[in-house]
Structures are given as structure tokens and as C-alpha cells.
Ligand binder design. Structure first.
Ligand code: S3P
Length: 173
């Protein structure tokens, strides 16, 4: 296990990274940072706008640049990441340097129930949410698994239960 003052959360859209991250940061008196929120603040634009004006590749570059700018500067931070962050190996290396990387795993049904109708996720826009989620999840599952130092299943669990499992794993409970 990595000895570090930070916790990094990865996982698919709707896996609970933000809610669990906030819970952990409150319990540990750590700061909470969310890569999507940091990018939106830097660009003064929502994620949807960044995707629609500049496209996905541009957003992926912003994600990598953000991690490079955070590298070495985080102390007592819970970092929640956008669902596509581990797509790039370079990002995975950077995340693992920051702290234990926890994969919040969720089934497609759980994800669909959490994201449907929120209109905030450009990759899930349009019809047939179920097909989109299942396809993207299938293509990413192995990436999440190999990127993480621990996998926590979140189906049918409360934020508190998930948070406490992470605290136990990090020996911070
Ligand atoms: C994305 C996930 C989103 C956001 C963007 C792309 C993805 O973050 O970064 O819409 O590729 O899975 P959340 O996982 O916080 O929804």
C-alpha cells in the first residue's frame, strides 16, 4: 500500500465518486477536489460546453494537464476524477503517484438509475442510455480494474458504507 496523505477515486460516471469523496473529506478533515470541477473553473465553461465546442480530445488533454499541474502538490486531499481519466496510461501513472487509487465499481443498472435524466454527461446524451452505458462500461472495466489499488463495489450500498470500506482499506477508519 502507498503511504500517502491523499485518496484518489476513479470509476464510471454515476459510480458515486463525488458523494463518496465529499463524505471521506469530511470524515478525514481533508480537502475535496474534483477534476471536472477544477477543469470547469479553469476554463470558465461547463464540461458539456467544452465537449460541444472543442470536442473530447481537447477535454482529455485538459485532464492530463490538470493532473500534471496537481502532481506533487496534493496534501490531505480526496481527489475525485472524471470517469474517463484512467483511459490514458499517463494519467493512471500520475494518479498512482498521488495516493491509493480506489475504483468505485457499479453495475450498469446502478449507473443508469443514477445518471438518467441529469443531462450533464455528453458521452451519455441522446437515446438508448442503457446501450451507451453498457458499451462504454464494457470497454472500460478492465482499465479501471488494472488502474486501481483497491476495488470497492458500490451496488446497493450507502455513501457511508462505501466510505467506511475505503477508510478501512486505507487504515484511516
Ligand atoms: C466522463 C465522465 C464525466 C466527465 C465527462 C467525461 C467520461 O465525469 O469527466 O463527461 O468519459 O466518463 P463523471 O464521471 O464525474 O460524470
Amino acid at each position: 500500500m502507498i503511504l500517502s496523505n491523499n485518496i484518489v477515486l476513479i470509476g464510471f460516471m454515476g459510480s458515486g465518486k463525488t458523494s463518496v469523496g465529499r463524505f471521506l473529506s469530511e470524515r478525514l478533515a481533508y480537502s475535496f477536489k474534483d477534476t471536472d470541477q477544477l477543469i470547469e473553473a479553469q476554463q470558465a465553461m461547463t464540461i458539456q460546453k467544452i465537449f460541444s465546442i472543442h470536442g473530447e480530445e481537447y477535454f482529455r488533454n485538459l485532464e492530463t494537464e490538470l493532473l500534471l499541474s496537481l502532481k506533487g502538490s496534493l496534501d490531505k486531499v480526496v481527489l475525485s476524477t472524471g470517469g474517463g481519466m484512467p483511459i490514458r496510461d499517463e494519467n493512471v501513472k500520475l494518479l498512482n503517484m498521488m495516493g491509493p487509487v480506489i475504483y468505485l465499481q457499479a453495475s450498469s443498472n446502478t449507473i443508469i438509475s443514477r445518471v438518467s435524466g441529469d443531462g450533464k454527461r455528453p458521452l451519455l446524451e441522446g437515446d438508448d442510455l442503457q446501450v451507451k452505458v453498457e458499451k462504454l462500461l464494457l470497454s472500460r472495466q478492465a482499465i479501471y480494474e488494472r488502474s486501481a489499488s483497491s476495488i470497492i463495489n458500490t451496488d446497493n450500498k450507502s455513501i457511508e458504507e462505501i466510505g467506511n470500506e475505503i477508510l478501512d482499506y486505507c487504515k484511516l477508519g
